[in-house]
Design a protein around this ligand. Structure first.
Ligand code: DX5
Ligand code: ZN
Length: 223
């Protein structure tokens, strides 16, 4: 299991301090949401913030690009210290060259699917990716409610992974708390992005440990 606190829910005045807090929590990954104000109706932060947090988090920086033109950003994020990058399947014809570009930068490749998008849109790419991100809210803002209708997509992704003998990770992102994480783990998710339910806790380490323990237990109870 991978637990990935999302920096979007951290104190924006203290990115370095918050990344260090995530590091001390033992979280496997730190998730960074990149929003460009076009692909989603919000703006978050760019490569410079990744460069600032890089020395403060010793494990994986997981960069989620919610951007209309990620091709201009992949190299700057890689140089700033991103360890892996995810782009959206909604970009259509751009997806294949984007996946190639991420791979050519030597980074594991992720593909994200928004709630209104059919999971079948991602199927042609499954053999080429390291991670499938099933969005469980409409991207753009932290603190939204989990969309239950997305759980069958996790089940479908896990079924395809088994059927095709692949090993991509299944990540869920949006409205993830202990309860919804357990639901997703039972459906086959193994990577849990959580902003509000983790970063807003005083005891981040305790919250990460608890989510990891609960999801590990739940993964033994697959649906
Ligand atoms: C949503 C982002 C998420 C966000 C999740 O647009 O992709 O990563 O940080 O935040 P919570 O856990 O608060 O829903
Ligand atoms: Zn995200």
């Amino acid at each position: 299991m991978v637990i990935a606190p999302s920096l979007l829910a951290a104190d924006f005045g203290r990115f370095a301090h918050e990344a260090a807090r995530a590091d001390r929590s033992g979280a496997e990954w730190l998730h960074l949401d990149i929003m460009d104000g076009h692909f989603v109706p919000n703006i978050s932060f760019g490569p410079e913030v990744v460069r600032v947090v890089r020395p403060h988090f010793s494990r994986v920086l997981d960069v989620h690009l919610m951007c209309g033109k990620p091709e201009i950003l992949l190299e700057p994020f890689a140089k700033a210290g991103a360890d892996r990058m995810t782009v959206h399947v909604e970009l259509g014809a751009q997806v294949t060259p984007l996946l190639w570009k991420i791979r050519s930068l030597g980074k594991p490749v992720g593909l994200a699917v928004n709630p209104p998008t059919n999971i079948a849109e991602a199927k042609p790419y499954l053999a080429e990716i390291d991670l499938l991100l099933v969005m469980t809210v409409n991207p753009g803002f932290g603190g939204q409610a989990f969309i239950e209708e997305c759980v069958p997509k996790v089940l479908q992704a896990a079924a395809w992974r088994k059927e095709l003998g692949l090993d991509f990770r299944i990540e869920v992102d949006g409205g993830i708390n202990n309860e919804t994480a357990v639901e997703c783990a039972r459906a086959g998710a193994d990577t849990f992005v959580s902003g509000t339910a983790l970063f807003k806790k005083h005891n981040l380490r305790g919250a990460v440990d608890k989510m990891r323990a609960l999801t590990m237990k739940a993964s033994g109870e697959l649906l």
